[in-house]
Design a protein around this ligand. Sequence first.
Ligand code: HEM
Length: 396
Amino acid sequence: MIPAHVPADRVVDFDIFNPPGVESDYFAAWKTLLDGPGLVWTTVNGGHWIAARGDVVRQLWGDAERLSNQCLAVTPGLGEVMQFIPLQEDGAAHKAYRTPVMKGLASRFVVALEPKVREVARELIEGLRPRGECDFVSDFAEILPLNIFLTLIDVPLEDRPRLRQLGVQLTRPDGSMTVEQLRQAADDYLWPFIERRMAQPGDDLFSRILSEPVDGRPWTVDEARRMCRNLLFGGLDTVAAMIGMVALHLARHPEHQKWMRHNPRELPAVADELMRRYPTVAVSRNAVGDIQIDGVTIRAGDLVYLPSVLHNLDPRSFSAPEEVRFDRGLTPIRHTTMGVGAHRCVGAGLARMEVIVFLEEWLAGMPEVRPDPERPVTMKGGNVGACTSLPLVWNP
Ligand code: HEM
């Protein structure tokens, strides 16, 4: 049923998990909403608002007072099951949890991790180069962030295949696991590490965060689990999705591959522009107060969906937004790929470094790559849109 406060001209029939045509182009599928009003109500998935213009997306994303993060609403059951910390906390509690996480991911640790990211990327590239073809998603994009995460929490190499299975379910769920089973599998995997780090801190990410007090007191076991779970779920499929999109761009634009090879010092700016151009995360909020915006009222209790794609690819936010222009002079906070405001991604610095190192190593280690003309690129929608298959070819 459509609530009485939703004007008829705002009603659409748009499934955020399966926008029309998403299998071939996630961005084009979403962009169809840019032609309508700035805020629409979709009847699908129980009924909720979708911010559909750049300024509306950005303004609502920054409104932590009236939009709560507690439920992760639009995906049924996800919020109740996951209970992520800090993602699903609001206000003062959120700040108390977020501060130690920010400290644990501070830029000096990101800088220290860079050689390891480089090593993992190089190793993967050396394995791929002689083959002349790959599916970039399963052969690279899913592996790099997983290995980086495991390095961050100081997990032995021989343990990796087990989390790899879990990583695949996180990035490409095939319906064989419920949300509860996924959480359980993640917790079972993470628990021995959390327990050890709480008893005997080392210099890994979990130890750093867990040895910082929450509001002046130690983390409880339950909070520690929820926080580690948030890092695992927050840092794998997002990075895999981003690196997949960046590789797709390279493959479709040999002229950019060439330019980048000749201008390696520009790669940090290139990474910022590519991260703007390929935003794949969308978030849910629950209204806890009424909000007047774009000529309508969001009522307390309504669900609101904020897709970064409709900010970054709105021509009213960025001129010719689909063009990749390396001279835009962007700062990473101008676009919403990593969110806005109180919950802006705590892993943003790490993710940016992973993209830069990927570009550097890929361009240094690989010849020109192109999409495989025989096999299609496929994509999926959802809270993290991504390529599900990205067949590439090159002359070894
Ligand atoms: C390109 C890769 C990434 C993208 C696109 C991304 C995107 C985002 C976005 C949009 C948010 C805001 C969520 C909201 O407003 O509700 C967020 C939050 C978060 N991200 Fe990321 N992320 C990435 C990588 C990472 C990594 C590598 C980590 C950790 C290792 C991470 C951990 C988190 C956490 C813990 C939060 C919650 C922050 C809070 O609630 O205060 N993310 N991310």
